[in-house]
Design a protein around this ligand. Sequence first.
Ligand SMILES: Cc1cc2nc3c(=O)[nH]c(=O)nc-3n(C[C@H](O)[C@H](O)[C@H](O)COP(=O)(O)OP(=O)(O)OC[C@H]3O[C@@H](n4cnc5c(N)ncnc54)[C@H](O)[C@@H]3O)c2cc1C
Length: 597
Amino acid sequence: MFTATRAAAAAAAAPWGARVPCGRRLRSTVPLSTSTDDRSGGRGPARSRSPSTISVDFTETRGAYKSKDSLELLRSLVVLKLCSYDVMVEKNQEIMDLGKTILGQKAFDQLLKMTFYGQFVAGEDQNAIKPLIEKNRAFGVGSVLDYSVEEDIGSSKQKETNSCASAAGKHSLGEDHREKESEELFVSGQGGWNAARTYSHPDEAKCDQHMETFIKCIKASGGSSIEGFSAIKMTALGRPQLLLQYSEVLMKWQRFFTFLASQQGKDGMEAVEQRLELTQLQDFLTKVGAKGDFHGWFTGKQESTGLIDILDWKSLLDDRENASDLLVVPNLELGELEPLFKKFRTDEEKEMKRIMQRLDVLAKHAVENGVRLMVDAEQTYLQPAISKLTVDLQRLQNREKPVIFNTYQCYLKEAYDSMTADVQLSKREGWHFAAKLVRGAYMDQERERAAEIGYEDPINPDYEATSRMYHRCLDYLLDEIALNRRARVMVASHNEDTVKHTLRRMNTLGLLPRENLVYFGQLLGMCDQISFPLGQAGFAVYKYVPYGPVSEVMPYLSRRAQENRGFMKGVQKERELLWKELKRRLASGELLHRPLY
Ligand SMILES: Cc1cc2nc3c(=O)[nH]c(=O)nc-3n(C[C@H](O)[C@H](O)[C@H](O)COP(=O)(O)OP(=O)(O)OC[C@H]3O[C@@H](n4cnc5c(N)ncnc54)[C@H](O)[C@@H]3O)c2cc1C
């Protein structure tokens, strides 16, 4: 059994140096059984140590809310209840405008601070957030600092461009849409987890400003914890339109591989298992009339084995300059030959380099400050570029230890293939794979867009399929971690079943909390009943901690209201637990409880 002493020792060893508050009693009353699917889950070969019995009780309210006074509990109850009203979610902008008119800006800001802002945002700047970060740390919960100043572009009606469509698969292999692109980009919508934080059309100076903001955030993170995290968004560091173009190229290249693999009868195999036979590949391309020096290009890469897998295939694109000259393929719709993709213009290549330079600067600051960088995942039509740039950064920075974390969205049908390919690449090249696993936040927007433009919905058909995908990816990573103890994963979810599943798998695989190979993540103001018991039991758990001036985090708050409505089951349970604790305090005379740390 996981005893208080072990828990305290483990918490003391937590990466952010968590201290266990004096006199705290740790209880782990509900052992987590190891289900059959846990034993058979994953890839199999991971060393399965004798199952230990680490368990966490997610219903015990005293420990879960020990870091909160009763007023804070009451605020949580009120705010979470308000989030359950449709009118609050759908008309929050109008309600806020009305509030401002009636109360005036100052009083309205104060009201927000006492309610929504106080619940979901840590403070206005890096100094204001320190007390909260220290308190959470004292109770076993670390922080992922997330500077959340946003541009509310979600409220403006976005227009779609043809170019967006091709990123998701509508057009033929060789088609390029730059000519058709307008200055408008489908960059936000209804339902992102903080979609409003996508920066629209930042010019270079603005991207540099964002970089400076992230540097401040990294420094604040370094100053407030031993091994903290800072979150960044790629759309803040480069023009979304460019990320979109790059994503198109990457998607086409990936689809071309899948197409060629199916020509060679390799359908139905996992993407990382598919290998193209070079001779067959070249015969095929010659037969369909492809032109260019692709023979030399392919064989230059893979002389010895005569086979080319998805990792080799992707690496061919690293030389973007030449790649477009090397392969001219028939457009099956138009019956014409055309480059598989057009070269980036010189100015676009320069912009791409500037993004990489900004990322380099951030990574260097992260290393200097002992902070890890978490790159958030965004919309599918930008995500291939975001993920590729992140992997390129990981290749450079994750040699010694995991500094850069990517994000995989398990609501995507292709999540498993993308993630496993990157794990295999990290092993082949000898760097530390590190990632945050999320279900994904842009579902409504993605579906709306797919339906509007007429391409296949990239999202799994239902919630159950997303959860299966999440657990499949998670099991794969946990097995990988158990095998070589180099990779890292953050289980970023409010879902209690997913968290319990992770704990069971960790038990089965002998992954100890104090090893800090598996992290948990929840958003500030949500699911404390999961975060705090985990932290107090010695698991590495982090809150995403947004901060920024009141007026500028409004779009973020609006997202929180929407998102809370999305997990009704979880929120309902949270409200019940909050009530339970308030009633317990009332009955035991502890209503004036002050967190001691
Ligand atoms: C620490 C942290 C970091 C995050 N970072 C990111 C990020 O970088 N990028 C990002 O996109 N999101 C991010 N999110 C948000 C995340 O993707 C989810 O939106 C959110 O956490 C809800 O998922 P859940 O597992 O917590 O809860 P659950 O209630 O178990 O799952 C809800 C999720 O299931 C999926 N889903 C619901 N209905 C369906 C359906 N009908 N069909 C298919 N799928 C469905 C959706 O993804 C939905 O958000 C982050 C969340 C956390 C906690």
